[in-house]
Design a binder for this molecule. Sequence first.
Ligand code: MTE
Ligand code: MO
Length: 412
Amino acid sequence: MEQQYSDGFTRRRFLLTTLIAGGLSAMGKLPVRAETTSSITLPFKRGERPFVAFPEKRPLMVMTTRPPQLETPFPVFNEDVFTPNDAFFVRWHLANIPSAIDLQTFRLTIRGRVKQALSLSLKDLQEQFDPVEVAAVCQCAGNSRGFSDPRVAGGQWGHGAMGNAMWKGVRLRDLLEKAQLENDAQQIRFDGLDRPVADGTPDFLKSLSLDDASADHVLVAYEMNGEPLPFLNGFPLRLVVPGWYATYWVKMLNDIEVLNHEDHNFWTDPAYRIPDNACGCLEPGEKARQKIPISTMKVRSFITNIIDGATMNAKSQVLVKGIAFDQGYGIDRVLLSIDGGQHWKATRLGKDFGDYSFRQWETHVELKPGQSYQLQSLAINRIGESQQLEAKWNPNGYLRNAVEAIQVRTQS
Ligand SMILES: Nc1nc2c(c(=O)[nH]1)N[C@H]1C(S)=C(S)[C@@H](COP(=O)(O)O)O[C@H]1N2
Ligand SMILES: [Mo]
């Protein structure tokens, strides 16, 4: 596979078709490492996940191969504040994904309610517009859905349908300015190169209001953690909408259409909608009176250096560390409890990589021998929003931001 893309080389081939067509049976054809034959069982029904290394990826937890849906193994989040590209989760709705992209002919078009339609190569984007970088968390709306209780339909993700990266690209606003919007421009609609297989599923499209699309940090990104985007994460271009759930982060972006009306395509209506109330939640069995499109993320935190169910050595200074993030107000503090939420202590926050990034935190606690402990972290953002103490529910398993609990025991 040619990795070069900003100069000379133009074509980037991909093994993806064989892999997707062959499903898991293609495992043998891939340069997989020994551990890819292993699997893991997430702590909920239908939680069994084989590890398979897809192209440009280390072995990840496979939920489906067609379309590819790969979850990041949770210990990865303890490695670094930025999620390595080869471990970054993957989620596609449609199985018909190009297996090669020719950068000589690839164009991003900007059309619709504009005075000057544009057709830009990757090189044009890199040369004609100011590069901008932002550290931001990309999290699937259904991250952690597998923990929904009662269970809900949809991909049964653990907590690994998220990742944090340094994204580099051009401001969407700069592109829209160059295209000169008509006065009646209302929404901006994004389309990528993936297509449905012939089964009646609508093409994947997402839209943002002109205001949301014009925000400072909304990028058309061509780099992720200093490298071209991995194919499965949207090579060569993807939309980056910091603070918003990943459904808006359209991958393999090749078409931007300016609309003079509200978009009601399938992926906005009825898909990806939440109950129109403060928590976006319902009582199980209750029907939403009014639904609105999902938008920004809720504040969350995780312990990353201790695995649920671990047996540990008792010590007076046990390090507990993790990550937190929100929709872009930034993390104000993260509290830790080791007694099931009766007492909470402050933790130290790590380096600030910007308001949309994972923020690391850590503290030390005393664990006595022969005891059971319930460890929980609770993040609060700079406008005082905190995580839910108890999980809220909705029929799509979106928006989870409960305080998660980890059980550990100490040796006597
Ligand atoms: N073109 C395209 N872009 C897409 C999707 C898709 O199916 N097609 N899925 C969206 C959803 S729901 C998620 S969670 C993220 C996943 O991004 P990742 O695969 O880079 O982790 O991509 C988003 N962008
Ligand atoms: Mo998603």
